[in-house]
Design a binder for this molecule. Structure first.
Ligand code: NAP
Length: 440
């Protein structure tokens, strides 16, 4: 039997696991590693809680674990507890599927040092109940600036502007809902350095933001009427039409306000110890103006991190059809990549299916002819290093606890966000049951 390790139980890793499990060309076993005890990666901790239809993809992804060929090893951090070189001794193929965990920086004064300036990634992690996320104190926030005009920017702006009563149906942790209910947000600025026609967000997501109840919309720095519709591609045309339609609507008198600001880039975040204002410069005439703000979320893209010994360039792993390439562009035997760490931080969850198919095809083609190697045993290696992985039963216990917690509040699920509670659910039960992870 051929053995395959997948690093990361997010959408790309689980699409790959599902496809490997479903094929009939090779007899193989797939071990999926994740540093968290919960699978689904960015689907669980990145897709906005109020996008329930996207979240439903979890069912498709979880189906990979229905196969006896697939095992889950949670609470194992590759790169720290085990190195890729360790896994290459235990597996015929290793697939890197660990996404893009960092964010890009603006590189402007005030960004790094002022309280209240942070990345959208951190904010998303918080409202998604990621156990590593720092709590966010929004009690003093009346004005927020979101830099960037992609779909992540739209998500964070929507969560800040939406009536919290509408969010109470979601799986957000109770602590997050309580914080959002207590906010006094009045103005949210969504800022693009180029024009409305160049925005990265997609029209469905934009329209959802523009039609939030009780939220007025303003446009600054751009004149939609001056744009030539014939010169716009489909997405740009849809976005511009959605903005024009929102601006033509009667605006609610009181309540929250969304400001769309284009052709401006932030040049400084100012304040004494914490954010008080953001200074913007026009890309058209160089003029500057200031917006008061207590919160600045930079939403200018995610960025991958390297793993020790794995070739890396500009935030991702170099590859050809999913085969990891060395610096001299030769393929590294047995190493593959999939998802954001392969193609960069773009694309919707579904894009990972096709992406996984490409990588899986390369893995299967190579394994069909690769010489059989004497492999070390991964479980023995984990035990030698004193690593106690969590398994599928542990995840199911967390899943059931979250569903129970939601039922108490009349919701489908309420996320458990505290590490100690997740670990209690994993280990309390296993102390009694013994150490064995799920076995094939
Ligand atoms: P993104 O779509 O690449 O957008 C990044 C934004 O940041 C762009 O507007 C970009 O502007 C701007 N930007 C980059 N560097 C900047 C700088 N130095 N100063 C000012 N602005 C800067 O990235 P994302 O929003 O992180 O989304 C990642 C992927 O996830 C996308 O494919 C997105 O569609 C997907 N996603 C989808 C949803 C959904 O609901 N469907 C939700 C979240 C994410 P320029 O164009 O000028 O570079």
């Amino acid at each position: 039997m051929r053995k395959i390790a997948i690093i990361g139980a997010g959408p790309s890793g689980l699409f790959a696991a599902g496809q490997l499990a479903a094929q009939s060309e090779l007899d193989l076993g797939v071990d999926v590693f994740d540093r968290l005890p919960t699978p689904f990666g960015l689907l669980r901790y990145g897709v906005a809680p109020d996008h329930e239809s996207v979240k439903a993809v979890a069912k498709t992804l979880a189906a990979a674990f229905d196969s006896p060929r697939v095992r889950f090893f949670g609470l194992v951090e590759i790169g720290k507890q085990l190195l890729p070189s360790d896994l290459l001794r235990c597996y015929d193929a290793v697939i890197y599927a660990y996404g893009a965990e960092r964010d890009r920086q603006l590189g402007i004064p005030g960004e790094a040092e002022l309280a209240g300036s942070r990345s959208a990634r951190e904010f998303v992690a918080w409202y998604s109940g990621h156990p590593d996320a720092a709590a966010q104190d929004l009690s003093n926030v009346r004005h927020a600036v979101v830099v960037g005009v992609g779909n992540v920017a739209v998500d964070v702006a929507r969560i800040l502007l939406k009536d919290p009563a509408e969010l109470s149906e979601t799986d957000m942790p109770e602590s997050v809902l309580a914080e959002l209910r207590a906010t006094h947000v009045e103005d949210v600025w969504l800022v693009g350095r180029r024009g409305p026609q160049d925005a990265a967000f997609t029209t469905v997501e934009l329209r959802e933001l523009l039609t939030l109840s009780g939220v007025a919309v303003d446009l600054h720095g751009a004149d939609l009427a001056a744009l030539d519709p014939g010169a716009l591609d489909r997405k740009a045309k849809g976005n511009v039409e959605a903005m024009a339609a929102a601006l033509a609507q009667p605006q609610p008198e009181a309540g929250r306000r969304l400001h769309l600001l284009f052709h401006h880039r932030p040049v400084a975040i100012t304040g004494a110890g914490r954010v008080e204002a953001v200074e913007f410069e026009s890309g058209v005439d160089g003029s500057r103006f200031e917006v008061p703000a207590e919160l600045v979320l930079r939403s200018i893209g995610y960025y991958g991190v390297p793993l020790p010994g794995v070739p890396f360039s500009d935030g991702r792993i170099l590859h050809l059809e999913g085969r990891v390439l060395d610096d001299d562009l030769s393929a590294r035997p047995g190493e593959y990549a999939v998802g954001w760490i392969k193609r960069g931080p773009t694309g919707l969850i579904g894009a990972n299916k096709k992406d996984a198919a490409e990588t899986v095809a390369s893995v299967l083609a190579d394994l069909a002819t690769a010489p059989v190697r004497q492999l070390d045993d991964a479980e023995e290696l984990l035990a030698e290093r004193g690593i106690r992985p969590s398994g599928l039963d542990d995840w199911r216990r967390i899943d059931a606890a979250e569903i129970d917690r939601g039922t108490l509040r009349g919701r489908e699920r309420t996320k458990i966000e505290a590490w100690h509670e997740l670990l209690d659910l994993v280990f309390a039960e296993r102390e009694a049951a013994g150490p064995a992870p799920s076995s094939r």
